[in-house]
Design a binder for this molecule. Structure first.
Ligand SMILES: [Fe+2]
Ligand SMILES: [Fe+2]
Length: 272
């Protein structure tokens, strides 16, 4: 299975870049499953149903979220309309929405996408490790589903690496989101799980993690509440990761970064 995961869409520039690039990326890389983290799509904070529909129409099979899941309240009733937008699974029981979804591809293959959130330097939630283990107990990789993608939305690289190794061999891909800076450690772990500590954001990198740099820096210089942060609006770099798996095992055989447009050095898999 050919999987594309695109990192945190930030603001209008991120939305427009992902929506305009995704159709060509899907065909060029012959993508079977595309997942987009869109927790920052709405002016940096949350995701509206209209934006979700736009990203799904552009070719996202599943949209994941994170700590900004609830910033646009309109997403809550929308969870009842679609199972293709998921939020971290380790929110307390009774929280709206789901933390995972099973997607059936047009050729009948099945994939699970799940979203979990870390707890180090983040709001306290239920345990993401135990929550993920409980979700994985419902599936058998390579038997009941051909691929499992885990978006681990977390601040600390240590927690992300611990999570990746914990589920090595049980999922196809563990990809980190939330820090908005792509890391250079894409690899296949010893038991066959593709891993990347952070995929990076899809936004303007002439910024402080996607937000206009002047206001963001002032917050560090002065301990006064500054003006409301707004997204930087220059050309976005679309940041993602490309993974190929073996359907018989569900494990990864290839992982490569994808970066297009904007300020970051480009990256694109050759001969997919
Ligand atoms: Fe984010
Ligand atoms: Fe986040």
């Amino acid at each position: 299975m050919r999987i594309l995961f695109i990192g945190d869409v930030v603001g209008r520039t991120g939305r427009e870049a992902v929506a305009s690039r995704l159709p060509a990326l899907r065909s060029q890389l012959r993508i079977d499953l595309a997942v987009v983290n869109a927790e920052n799509a709405s002016h940096g904070f949350g995701l509206s149903p209209e934006m979700a529909k736009m990203l799904l129409a552009a070719g996202a099979d599943v949209i994941t979220l994170g700590n900004h899941a609830w910033d646009r309240k309109e997403i809550i009733p929308y969870f009842a309309e679609t199972d293709r937008v998921i939020r971290p699974l380790n929110y307390p029981p009774g929280t709206p929405g789901g933390g995972s979804v099973v997607v059936t591809l047009s050729d009948g293959r099945r994939a699970v996408v799940l979203n979990a959130m870390g707890r180090l330097f983040m709001d306290p939630l239920d345990c993401p490790f135990r929550g993920t283990a409980a979700e994985l107990a419902r599936h058998r990789l390579g038997v009941t589903v051909q691929a499992i993608v885990a978006d681990f939305h977390a601040e600390a690289s240590s927690e992300k690496m611990a999570y990746g190794h914990s589920f090595d061999g049980q999922v196809s891909l563990v990809v980190g989101t939330h820090t908005h800076c792509p890391t250079a450690d894409a690899q296949i772990l010893p038991n066959g799980t593709a891993y990347l500590t952070d995929v990076g954001m899809s936004g303007d990198y002439d910024s402080v993690i996607g937000m206009a740099k002047e206001g963001a820096a002032t917050r560090f210089w002065r301990k006064l509440p500054g003006e409301r942060l707004a997204p930087a609006e220059g050309e976005a770099t679309v940041c993602g990761v490309y993974v190929e798996t073996d359907d018989r095992t569900g494990l990864a055989v290839r992982i490569e970064p994808v970066r297009i447009g904007g300020r970051l050095a480009p990256a694109m898999p050759e001969r997919p």
